[in-house]
Design a protein around this ligand. Sequence first.
Ligand code: SF4
Ligand code: SF4
Ligand code: FES
Length: 237
Amino acid sequence: MEMRFKIFRFDPETDEEPYYRNYTVVAEPQERILDCLNRIKWEQDGTLAYRMSCGHGVCGSDGMRINGVCGLACQKLVREYEGLEVVLEPLPFFKVLKDLVVDMEHFLDGIRLIRPYLVSDSAPPEAERQQSPEDRKKVDDVIRCILCACCTGSCPVMIQNEKYVGPAALVWAYRFIFDTRDDRYAERLKQIDFHDGAWSCVNFFECTRVCPKGIPVTKSINFLKREIQKALPGRTG
Ligand code: SF4
Ligand code: SF4
Ligand code: FES
């Protein structure tokens, strides 16, 4: 079928203002929006910039706004948009480097802030650090995060407060706070216990709605808030 696209374009080196360009491609219903983007780039307009790598919902690099909703272009099927014009835009709240490519540094700063790696006081074992299946279950959901930033790009709090560390960073904090092999439980809770940390989330649930990995983001953040209140006496939020 014939698919109509309206794509956000902006090259800060040559354009004064962003604009939209229209394209038409023929695609099969079971193809993905990413397949259409590739066809546009390879066959019609080599200047179009976007990120992609795995093509299968694993690398998290093709997060963008598709008809107003953040998602992965490689996960959205053409047939979901039959008869519609598909508007592709960069993730909101992110600085545009070119077209659909955004600057991820600020987002990654939030992730770095929570130290996204295991910190243990015990000596390294000969092989890997083992974990029981029950303990692993505690982080099963959040461990699926691929850092696509769709959640942060959808969070209404970011409109007013760009300092908010954002839902993805909190998901990563959760991952290590509840990992039984990590020894920085209290320290990690303190790290997210500030206004622009866990307490900026006001339960809009947008992050949960858009997460391509089905992570219960809002529920996890609420769990973290309760954990802070429980573990750090005197906290009321
Ligand atoms: S639940 Fe919290 S983090 Fe998620 S979109 Fe809403 S305010 Fe943002
Ligand atoms: S929590 Fe979900 S939406 Fe957010 S970065 Fe991770 S995978 Fe993407
Ligand atoms: S290209 Fe890797 S997640 Fe879409």
